[in-house]
Design a binder for this molecule. Sequence first.
Ligand SMILES: Cc1cc2nc3c(=O)[nH]c(=O)nc-3n(C[C@H](O)[C@H](O)[C@H](O)COP(=O)(O)O)c2cc1C
Length: 337
Amino acid sequence: MLSLPPKLAAKLATPLQIGSVAVKSRVLQSPLSGVTDMVFRRLVRRYATESMMYTEMVSASELNHLRQLPKVMEVAPDEHPIGIQLFDCRPDFMGEAAQKAVAEGADTIDINMGCPVNKITRKGGGSSLLRQPEVAADIVRTVANAVGVPVTVKTRIGWNDEEINILDFAQQMEEAGAKMLVIHGRTRAQGYKGKARWEWIRRVKEILTIPVIANGDIFSVEAAIACLQETDADGVMCSRGTLGYPFLAGEIDHFFKTGSLLPPPTIAERLQCAKDHLLGLWEYKGKRGIYQSRKHLAWYTKGFPGAGELRDRLSRIENVEEGCLLLEEAIAANAER
Ligand SMILES: Cc1cc2nc3c(=O)[nH]c(=O)nc-3n(C[C@H](O)[C@H](O)[C@H](O)COP(=O)(O)O)c2cc1C
């Protein structure tokens, strides 16, 4: 039987304090580029009613140029608490973008210092900031001076195994004014491979006074508990475990708050959620939403008889009607599962 040690249960019963913002859940939904748009966040919010959510990462310097970007930053009035995540390496651009983000409704500004993608690191953003702690600190200071909301940082443990500098780096971010640190327990070189090294998160937690959130390999309630026990972190952030499964943050939060496990969604419920996702993307983004929905629908359709064939057909849909019909048939066929 799963249970929470009393000390951990007591901590989980208190709000997560991010500077001036108190959040009534210690389970956070991560920013995921190409995934955590308003449609996805709305699905997560159904189950994780009090969790902190994040937009996809937003380029601070391209904010004024790209047509799609304002939408990436868009936040609905009923979405709080929510952070807008920015990336770039130029403090002045970041400060300006942060002001726009606050005007859009951000409760916090998160700075991406963990993205491993070459296109971003080559320009000095994302995880390459781990190698330029002075620039990173300058960004935090500049953004904190530009806005009244708390500034947070999401990063990795280092650039590669030879350069694991998260202990010094984390301290520098705290000194620069960061109000929370989210640590993905992998190096940039690891990408998403290998296991997340939670032991480094524990070491950071030992030396910081601001909240430390553990990220990496939180795929279940069991993993969330194990991670908090190992790291003593102030909360967990779910990421890949939510792809095609927007139930995860809510499931973990429910266990943290009640000590009991929610029954997992049935196949039919998961497929219904997939249909809601498709309809949402169509309404919000039109044809572009249909193309984007294909990868989501593939993530939803795993682990039941006929899933492979359904996935294959959903990955080629051209319009919303076609997708809905396939999903409705699958829902009817799986009504008893
Ligand atoms: C498709 C995808 C998109 C991501 N986009 C972002 C992003 O925009 N901002 C960010 O800070 N991290 C991003 N990440 C990293 C995740 O937030 C998270 O740190 C990482 O996946 C580790 O957690 P996990 O092992 O539970 O997946 C992304 C990861 C994936 C797989």
